[in-house]
Design a protein around this ligand. Structure first.
Ligand code: UD1
Ligand code: BG6
Length: 716
């Protein structure tokens, strides 16, 4: 997915080479999100422009990985030695949405090809870009790309020129407000300009953006004041709104009817509210700022970060960070943004001894599942306490129904736990794919509880579904891995699954942690039920053993590696059969296999086999069947019989030493320890994670970056 990184130094001398290295390193930390192009913009040299001296700029961009960009910078012989004591650089990794991954479509984008007055990087999608583009073309702007982003850069220049014509020299943040007024859709964006040397504005709406702050001295206060629009400026803006946006005019005049210049009082209005960044003697101090769409790229520089809210404009200049809003303060709106200390360690996001992040994350599951439960389950007294849900449990218990909403692997974790939710809570539960839920405009009511499950907390479909449910007054609960993510912040309450950063595009440890978090949620909801007490104890005792049991399952790796090598490698298709709790495992296994190894695979409900899929079965089609012991075991065995009767030789995932299964009709068995029925999927999924991993490695696939997929899909 697209990634943004920006770097600003103030009173800290940096050579152009060091600045470029910083930007490149920031982009490399974003690589795990999946992308197809990369680019950056830094200052060039002072040049004469008529009577003015301006800083020209250097934009380097290319399709391909960051290492290709790095090579291009070397090939272009960019001067590395010039020193800057104040500089703003911006960079981007792009995942194509509008326009192919080719050089002209890579970010950064510029306002004009002659001087490149404004330069922009952008995540998200501008939905009214076609209309903006059409309008800007009539104003003489020449487009160089097919992207939606380019119209943002053009708008900056357009407004800048209009302001100048009106005799006003606007402040960068005021100009940004004017541009944002025209944009529809979602964005996280950074803008720099030679008109504002050493400055950058960053803003977001529906796409994450944070600012890391690095100083030698302690910050005076650990927050930044929000600077709201003054009443006068607001009135002026409203007047402009009255005239409405550029697009609603007939565009026939050369001076835009809808345009109201920045209020004279607001031009270069620089407040002294940024209290955090002054030294003891109230003078500016040396400081570096790191703007990013992801904390993973900031953490090696600083742990002090500020998460921007939607519609915030972060304006960095003269060593200060100012947060602006384009509106006056409304009741209850926070007047500060805290500068938080991130707990994540850099080594948490590194590969360690493993070849791929996916492999590391599969092997981390004994720890990550333990961490999901840490401090939340009292195993001795069989009590589950979820701090983030405690106050909301009475409301949730009274709700009319629970709707679980998610995408991809997260959706499978909902399917895997629906049955235990229904059994323990006796509340009807439905499970929805976020996109389909929205497509159907499914009815949602105030007495519904909507549970959003997401590793990243940034998946666009899930966020839109969340907003849809919020608008209808439902209680929303997040089950999210990324602390500080949009979903974690926008839900009323929730549980952080605490699995640690997941970097491999194929989700593995997040699945098992989501599964456990959801089981703990169901347990919390029913902890006052006497009739469920025994079942509770059984599940909690089962949960206690899960991390150790996962360790045992991971020992199957050598057998699985051989199985993939000898028998599965050349196959074109694979079926996974499961029923009851194991249907979700079959779906998740099939998803893992297709996304990572590109082999067609399908999860099939064993009960449905005879209604169609059986036609595919012969002695060649590989089949994996989940036949661990639970109440549906006899039915699963009958499905396996149906397969073997047609010369199928299934690979069976069964419990340790299960003699019924081990017979010559079975290709091989993968034995896993037995646990409580509703937890068995936590163990059964591990062999299929390993199968997908080794199939992909054998096929020479870049496991952490499978083609066409992104870790965090922030577009619909
Ligand atoms: C919290 C702390 C944890 C500390 C523990 C000790 C955080 C992030 N967690 O964990 O470091 O060790 O207390 O008491 O500070 N939330 C949502 N939506 C979501 C996820 C969470 O609104 O999708 C909310 C929760 O309702 C809660 C807060 O975020 O208010 C923190 O959630 P969580 O980390 O799960 O809470 P604790 O386990 O109590
Ligand atoms: C993407 C990922 O499609 O988003 C999947 O490739 C993931 O692995 C899905 O399951 C949902 O993501 P999230 O972050 O909402 O759990």
């Amino acid at each position: 997915m697209c990634g943004i990184f920006g770097y600003v130094n103030f009173l800290v001398d940096k050579s152009r080479g060091e600045i470029i290295d910083n930007l490149i390193e920031g982009l490399q930390r974003l690589e795990y999100r999946g992308y197809d192009s990369a680019g950056l913009a830094v200052d060039g040299k002072l040049i004469k422009d008529g009577d003015e001296e301006i800083m020209n700029n250097i934009i380097i961009k290319t399709p391909g990985k960051v290492k290709v960009l790095k090579q291009k910078i070397i090939d272009d012989e960019i001067n590395r030695t010039d020193i800057f004591d104040n500089h703003a650089g911006i960079a981007h990794t792009r995942w194509a949405t509008h326009g192919q991954p080719k050089e002209e479509n890579c970010h950064p984008h510029r306002s004009d090809s002659t001087k490149g007055e404004f330069i922009v990087v952008h995540n998200g999608i501008i939905t009214n870009f076609a209309a903006l583009r059409k309008y800007l073309l009539t104003k003489g702007h020449i487009f160089e790309s097919e992207t939606d982003t380019e119209c943002i850069a053009k708008l900056f220049k357009h407004f800048y020129d209009l302001n100048l014509k009106a005799g006003v020299s606007p402040d960068l943040n005021e100009l940004t407000k004017q541009v944002l007024h025209e944009l529809e859709g979602s964005y996280g964006l950074l803008v720099k300009s030679y008109h504002y040397p050493g400055e950058v504005c960053g803003t977001r709406k529906g796409s994450p953006l944070l600012v890391g702050v690095k100083t030698d001295k302690k910050l005076k206060v650990d927050f930044v004041d929000v600077e709201f629009e003054t009443n006068a400026a607001q009135q002026q803006q409203q007047q402009a709104n009255g005239h409405s946006s550029l697009l609603q005019n007939n565009h026939s005049t050369s001076l835009d009817l809808g345009f109201i210049p920045v209020a004279p009082g607001e031009q270069n209005l620089r407040t002294s509210q940024s209290r955090a960044f002054l030294s003891e003697d109230d003078l500016p101090m040396p400081v570096e700022f790191f703007l990013s769409s992801d904390p993973a790229s900031v953490i090696q520089h600083t742990k002090k970060v500020l998460f921007l809210e939607d519609d915030d404009i972060a304006h960095i200049y003269d060593g200060e960070l100012h947060i602006h809003r384009a509106s006056t303060k409304s009741a209850g709106e926070s007047t500060v943004r805290p500068i938080q200390t991130l707990e994540m360690e850099l080594n948490e996001i590194m590969k360690g001894p493993y070849k791929h992040f996916m492999q590391k994350e599969i092997f981390e599951q004994p720890d990550s599942t333990f961490n999901t439960m840490r401090g939340r389950i009292d195993f001795e007294n069989c009590i589950v306490t979820l701090g983030g849900l405690k106050a909301f449990l009475p409301t949730i218990r009274r709700c009319r129904r629970i709707i679980m909403i998610a995408c991809g692997t997260s959706y499978h974790s909902c399917l895997a736990t629906r049955s235990i939710f229904e059994e323990l809570t006796e509340i009807p539960v439905s499970v929805e794919l976020a996109s389909d839920f929205l497509d159907r405009k499914s009815p949602v009511f105030r007495d519904d509880t909507c549970v959003f499950v997401s590793q990243s907390g940034e998946t666009a479909d899930s966020i839109l579904a969340l907003q849809y449910c919020l608008e209808r007054g439902a209680l929303t609960v997040g089950i999210v891995n990324s602390v500080g993510s949009s979903m974690s912040r926008q839900t009323h309450c929730g549980v952080h699954i605490n699995a640690g950063p997941e970097i491999g595009v194929a989700s593995t440890k997040a699945y098992t942690s989501q599964y456990i978090a959801l089981v703990m949620f169901a347990l919390s909801l029913s902890n006052d039920s006497i009739s469920k007490k025994k079942r509770h104890e059984e599940i909690i005792k089962g949960l206690q053993k899960i991390p150790e049991q996962i360790k045992k399952v991971l020992n199957l790796e050598t057998k699985i590696k051989k199985l993939c090598n000898d028998d599965l490698n050349d196959q074109k298709s694979l079926l996974l059969l499961g029923r009851g709790y194991q249907f979700a495992t079959a779906l998740e296994g099939a998803l893992k296999i297709k996304e990572i190894s590109y082999m067609h695979s399908e999860g099939v409900l064993a009960g449905e086999l005879k209604h169609g899929v059986l036609a595919l079965v012969d002695d060649k089609l590989p089949i994996i069947a989940f036949a661990t012991r639970d109440s549906l075991f006899p039915k699963t065995m009958s499905a396996i019989e149906q397969v073997t009767a047609r010369d199928g030789r299934p690979i069976v995932i069964c419990n340790e030493g299960d003699a019924i299964i081990s017979n010559d009709k079975v290709h091989t068995t993968l034995e896993v320890p037995q646990t409580v029925d509703c937890l068995q999927g936590l163990l059964n999924v591990i062999p299929v994670q390993l199968i997908s991993y080794w199939l992909a490695v054998n096929r020479g696939i870049d496991v952490d970056f499978p083609r066409n997929l992104a870790k965090s899909v922030t577009v619909e």
